[in-house]
Design a protein around this ligand. Structure first.
Ligand code: HXC
Length: 284
């Protein structure tokens, strides 16, 4: 789909790029020609990821930064370091996230704050530092925020994440308008069920839950990391220069469940449905 020219000459920072979807996007961007910076809290994880990313393309440059995105000073220091490590920084993917399942009445203020700090404050910290870097350098740039499908309509049992991701979506649209005059694009991807070790341990610990996720998805499968990486590369690249403020859902149709008559596909097979519809058709 892409060549090594697609992202040639560009450097992208991926927060939480040491594992899961962040790592998959880092690999995809590297294959498409980008140099890569990844940050996270665990150095060993980042080192291992950096080796894996580097193997995706000969001659690629990959650097790691040990940072907690919740800490504004650490984030600012990282951006200073990145600007001396690379010729330029052209893209930022706000992927670092935290989440857990809890009945909302059992949440502690600390639990709510932990998630909002990582997801919303962390995204602000990185976006603010990157935006200022671009504006000072009079350079164009692209920001991609990883939200969720429930950022639009909320979700039970993940209240802190739903509130924080909704905030990130508002940030995406607000900044897309405000920073368009600086040639800075701001988009989002709203992934549905893409299995990762981290998210699945916290959110889908039971294989029954995964089976239900697959069953209620009209595409009858989970997402593949490569599919998400392809979308991220496209949105970050110069193939999409006029797309800004957009949140692209990638979920096999899962979030369209609310359609008034969609439930009937759960009731009977397509063959039986067709027979039932035929029987209901008025005779001439
Ligand atoms: C209730 C919990 C909890 C749980 C933590 N807390 N886990 N409360 N149920 N399972 C509370 C603690 O009691 C504490 O509250 C507060 O949260 C902070 O917890 P710490 O462990 O001290 O915080 P920290 O070490 O910073 O860990 C942050 C974390 C952790 C988010 C809680 O899970 C983490 O680091 N996660 C990062 C990776 C991750 O979550 N990935 C999944 C993202 S997937 P008190 O009151 O004691 O202070 C995703 C995709 C969504 O977002 C879409 C899926 C389909």
């Amino acid at each position: 789909m892409f060549t090594t020219d697609t992202m040639k000459g560009k450097t992208v920072l991926i927060t939480g790029g040491g594992s899961g979807l962040g790592l998959a996007m880092a690999k995809g961007l590297c294959r498409a020609g980008a140099d890569i910076a990844i940050c996270g809290r665990t150095v060993e994880k980042l080192e291992k990821a950096s080796e894996e990313i580097g193997k995706e393309r000969e001659g690629s440059k990959v650097k790691i930064y040990s940072v907690d995105v919740r800490n504004h000073e650490q984030v600012q220091e990282m951006f200073n370091q990145i600007s001396s490590d690379f010729d330029s920084l052209d893209g930022l993917i706000n992927n670092a996230a935290g989440n857990f399942l809890s009945a909302s009445e059992d949440l502690s203020p600390g639990g709510f704050k932990a998630i909002v700090d990582i997801v919303l404050q962390g995204t602000f910290n990185c976006t603010h530092a990157f935006g200022n870097y671009l504006i000072e350098n009079k350079a164009p740039g692209s920001i991609l925020n990883i939200v969720t499908t429930y950022a639009e309509h909320g979700s039970a049992f993940v209240l802190p994440s739903a509130c924080a991701k909704a905030g990130v979506l508002a940030m995406t649209k607000s900044l897309a308008y405000e920073w368009a005059e600086y040639d800075i694009r701001v988009n989002a991807i709203a992934p549905g069920p893409f299995p990762t070790k981290g998210a699945w341990a916290r959110l889908v610990p039971d294989s029954m839950l995964e089976k239900m996720m697959v069953k209620q998805n009209p595409s009858k499968r989970l997402g593949k990391h490569q599919e998400l990486a392809n979308l991220a590369v496209f949105l970050m690249s110069d193939l999409a220069p006029y797309i800004t403020g957009e949140s692209v859902v990638i979920d096999g149709g899962e979030s369209l469940k609310a359609g008034q008559f969609n439930f009937v596909t759960d009731m009977m097979s397509r063959k039986k449905l067709k027979m039932a519809f035929k029987a209901m058709k008025p005779k001439k």
